[in-house]
Ligand binder design. Structure first.
Ligand code: AGP
Length: 603
């Protein structure tokens, strides 16, 4: 939701903080600020700007701020509109404490009233400012003790960074419900919401768990729980180099990530085998039902996963939006597996749905892309995709990687439950190994798809239609288009169109069909004819050399022939490129679309 960075060491903190914020800008970008403990005079300097990190950088470029300890923040508004007053960091009344915060303090109004009665004056509408005044109000002679004390008063989810004039040789980070990692450097240490912010300085990180606090000096890091007990934590060495977090020559992170998919699919296929899936299955032998919970693109991956798990492993699967699942009277027991899909591993809706079901006795399995993410540590079991950081707000490479894991999970579970033979598994695994090449073939059509995109930039509404396994791909294609181009788009089962949406069809309505030569091809052809009869503009994704579809369509994007069951892994690629190019032609901020954030850590 928001991005936090903190630094303590021998460098001037300002450039380190700004660099870190840049790497976190995808987490939220409507205002940003820094707070630095000035080298001389032990005063906290706070500078903030509305807008993007570059606006803050421009504002700061001629200001001389010298200090080795600081915190910084890029905001995605949850309480109060994006204004300078509401931007973080927030300073306590006497200027002794500066705080940055990601999350929501649910009881902030009650705390704010108590502080106002004590004479505290608030400068902002945020929940975060309460934390700064609270620490100052409670401080006696020990910053750590004070912070541990106020954690008992804070309700809600938070990752917090704190610096203080009382103890200028300390940087403190704490988390409960929002991500925070510690970067372990040489004579310098950092805290950050996510790994890319520290990669320039260190690849050794410690992800904090909920209810943990880190006390950093330039030479030491100590981690305690909120009761003050020391925690022994493993240092993870991250093999993401900084180039991964850079654009690598592409115009946008999203474009780079679309083109990374041959490698990320291959890496995830390999990575899957390195995970002890049979250990997971041996703990799940009594599972007789799976409920997949997820949001957005991850939800669409779950819909495809349902097909595969039911087809091969013969286990009933429900798929539910996490934000809906949690608030219905769902039925789970110890034989139910809740399978949470979340590339960030931090989506609040998904996290809390899973924690809720776990409390009710279900087993939980998370599929995430981020090592050390909350979901990976809160679930009974975890599977990873291997994509490296996905910076573009619109999910692309993490989606196809999720599909790879779901496909292999379904096949492995089927084999474990003796529903398919090892030979059948091997045959399908071998075919999967060719998918990166098929994706490469489609990516070579980038220019062709860009030309098609150009013809549709003036459309105001799109329909995406498909049947069976590709229906979730139609949903995903619609989501990609609307979230980055702001053009209204709907995904629908092609067979459902005649029950209403067909009324929308006219010569101004582009209809995108995902129509590979699979088991529902004939049915899809009749749907295409229904649209054509009503003068709809038809863009089809079809199997190579399918001239029937080509004849029926205004534009056709051919994809290689693969087995029916794995078309979703490749049929989504043309839709990602179509959305990307339409949005780019429209001059939209593709990597940071309006109103969106990469990780939604509020419900
Ligand atoms: C996808 O393009 C969107 N950015 C969004 O729907 C996203 O998929 C959703 O917020 C879930 O995120 P997660 O996978 O990190 O849980």
């Amino acid at each position: 939701m928001c991005g936090i960075v903190g630094y303590i060491g021998e460098r001037n903190a300002v450039p380190v903080l700004l660099y870190g914020l840049q790497r976190l800008e995808y987490r939220g970008y409507d205002s940003a600020g820094i707070a630095v403990l000035e080298k001389e005079g032990n005063k906290i300097i706070v500078e903030k700007q509305v807008g993007k990190i570059k606006d803050l950088q421009e504002y700061l470029w001629n200001k001389k701020i010298e200090g080795n300890v600081g915190i910084a923040h890029t905001r995605w508004a949850t309480h109060g509109p994006p204004t300078i007053e509401n931007a973080h960091p927030h300073l306590s009344q006497k200027g002794t404490i500066a705080v940055v915060h990601n999350g929501i303090i649910e009881n902030y109004l009650e705390l704010k009233n108590q502080l106002q009665k004590k004479g505290y004056k608030f400068q902002s509408e945020t929940d975060t400012e309460v934390i700064a005044h609270l620490i100052e109000d409670e401080y006696e002679n020990n910053l750590l003790e004070t912070i541990l004390k106020i954690t008992k008063k804070l309700e809600g989810a938070y990752a917090i960074g704190v610096i203080s004039t009382y103890e200028p040789d300390k940087l403190i980070g704490l988390r409960k419900g929002s991500p925070l990692i510690v970067g372990i450097g040489k004579k310098e240490n950092l805290i950050a919401s996510d790994i890319p912010a520290v990669l320039e300085y260190t690849k050794d990180i410690i992800p904090l768990d909920d209810n943990e606090i880190a006390i950093l000096s330039k030479d030491n890091v100590e981690i305690l729980d909120f009761n003050g007990n020391k925690k022994e934590k493993k240092i993870l060495h991250v093999n993401w180099d900084i180039s991964i977090a850079e654009k690598g020559g592409f115009k946008h992170f999203m474009q780079k990530e679309i083109h990374e998919q041959p490698r990320t699919i291959a890496d995830t296929i390999t990575g899957f085998s390195s995970q002890d899936i049979n250990k997971i299955f041996s703990n799940l032998e009594n599972i007789n039902r799976i409920i997949i919970v997820a949001c957005g693109t991850s939800y669409h991956a779950g819909l495809v996963g349902k097909f595969w798990i039911e087809k091969y492993a013969k286990v009933p699967v429900e798929v539910d939006y996490a934000s809906e699942f949690r608030y219905r009277d769902y039925i789970v027991d110890k034989n139910t597996l809740i399978f949470g899909i979340s590339q960030s591993g931090e989506t609040a809706d998904t996290r809390f749905a899973m924690l809720d079901a776990k409390e009710k006795g279900a087993k939980t399995l998370a599929l995430v892309n981020v090592v050390g993410s909350s979901l990976s540590r809160e679930s009974d079991f975890v599977l990873y995709t291997y994509c490296g950081p996905e910076i573009g707000v619109a999910a692309t490479k993490t989606f196809t990687a999720q599909l790879v894991v779901l496909y292999l999970f379904a096949l492995k579970l089927a084999q474990f439950r003796k529903k398919i033979s090892k030979d059948e598994f091997d045959k399908r695994y071998r075919e999967l190994l060719h998918i990166p090449t098929s994706v490469e073939e489609i990516l070579k059509k980038d220019e062709e798809i860009k030309n098609i995109a150009y013809d549709y930039t003036k459309a105001t509404d799109f329909l995406f239609l498909a049947r069976g396994l590709n229906y979730p791909i139609a949903l995903e294609g619609a989501l990609k288009l609307k979230e980055i181009s702001y053009i209204h788009a709907e995904g629908y089962p092609a067979g459902e169109m005649k029950h209403g949406p067909i009324a929308l069809i006219d010569e101004n309505m582009p209809v995108v069909f995902v129509a590979p030569k699979d088991y529902l091809y004939e049915k899809t052809i009749s749907n295409i004819q229904e649209v054509k009869a009503r003068k709809g503009k038809i863009i089809s994704v079809a199997t190579s050399n399918d001239n029937v579809i080509k004849e029926l369509s205004d534009k056709t994007i051919f994809i290689p022939k693969v087995s029916d069951e794995i078309y979703p892994l490749i049929s989504v690629i043309p839709l990602q490129l179509l959305a990307y190019h339409i949005a780019t032609f429209l001059g939209k901020d593709v990597d940071q679309p309006r109103n969106l954030a990469k990780t939604v850590t509020v419900e």
